[in-house]
Design a binder for this molecule. Structure first.
Ligand SMILES: Nc1ncnc2c1ncn2[C@@H]1O[C@H](COP(=O)(O)OP(=O)(O)OP(=O)(O)O)[C@@H](O)[C@H]1O
Length: 250
């Protein structure tokens, strides 16, 4: 079942000198329920830009994004916020936990926006989620007392506590050693599978990318099969597209 679909999606922004910069161009992507996607690409190739579009944080300047086959173009800001809060879980390289708050408080935070019984049961639900990531004994620990791997497990619990249908992970293992990174990815996969969520992982690490069932690379603003040979231009500059108006970037 298709959850999210990008059709001909592009994103062009204005540089400081007002020349346009085409970051993404003609991106087609279907995200199915339970999908495992990885996206690699050189620094500046547009990975975060794509992630922000997938998470409804930004809108495309060309093309359309469909959610459950409904175009999102005309979603109000409020509907975007509600949809994102309910359906999308974000995981970042630097964990982004609230400092000075306990693991339990961090994981409870997304449930504060719940209007149903989850709001009233937030403490119990967050506790169960931390138990699932193996931190049931660290509920009262603040981030400064947790290792990097433990902090990322708290971040995973927080991202998944509302059972989102889409998990967007931006370099989730970037701040972890190899072994801890593998444990974290296995956990992420296990919890995503249990809730039928799609997982889109952005990574520089080929081993992490290889865990996905569908692997893509961003190149010259396009999303290509990761197995395709790297073109000379992307390999040389590391940047997606030159300016729509011509010339070199940045
Ligand atoms: N709002 C904006 N205005 C101008 N330029 C932008 C804007 N957003 C992104 N860019 C530029 O577009 C390019 C792609 O940015 P993006 O952050 O998506 O790349 P990335 O692949 O995630 O890079 P990294 O791996 O270094 O995080 C970069 O050159 C960036 O400077």
């Amino acid at each position: 079942m298709t959850f999210l679909e990008l059709r001909g999606v592009g994103r062009t922004v204005s540089r400081v000198d007002d020349r346009p910069l085409v970051i993404l161009d003609g991106v087609d992507l279907v995200v199915e329920v339970g999908d495992r996607l990885s996206i690699v690409g050189r620094s500046g190739s547009g990975k975060s830009t794509l992630l922000n579009l997938l998470g409804l944080l930004d809108s495309p300047t060309e093309g359309e994004i469909f959610l459950d086959e409904e175009p999102t173009r005309d979603f109000s800001a409020r509907r975007r916020d509600v949809t994102r809060g309910r359906d999308v879980g974000f995981i970042f390289q630097q964990f982004n936990l609230l400092q000075g708050r306990t693991a339990l408080e961090n994981v409870m935070t997304p449930l504060l926006y719940d209007t149903g019984s989850a709001f009233w049961r937030r403490r119990a639900i967050a506790g169960e989620m931390l138990d699932r990531v193996g931190l049931g004994h660290r509920l009262s620990s603040t981030p400064d007392r947790l290792s990097g791997g433990e902090q990322q497990r708290v971040a995973i619990a927080r991202a998944l506590v509302r059972r989102p249908r889409l998990i967007l992970a931006d370099e989730p293992t970037g701040a972890l050693d190899i072994e801890t990174g593998e444990i974290v990815m296995a956990l992420l996969d296990e919890i995503a599978t249990a809730s039928d969520a799609a997982l889109v992982t952005i990574t520089h690490d080929p081993a992490i990318a290889a865990l996905a069932t569908r692997r893509f690379r961003l190149e010259k603003g396009a999303l290509v099969d990761a197995a395709a040979p790297v073109t000379a231009r992307a390999g040389a500059s590391g940047h997606p597209f030159a300016a729509a108006g011509g010339g070199s970037d940045s």
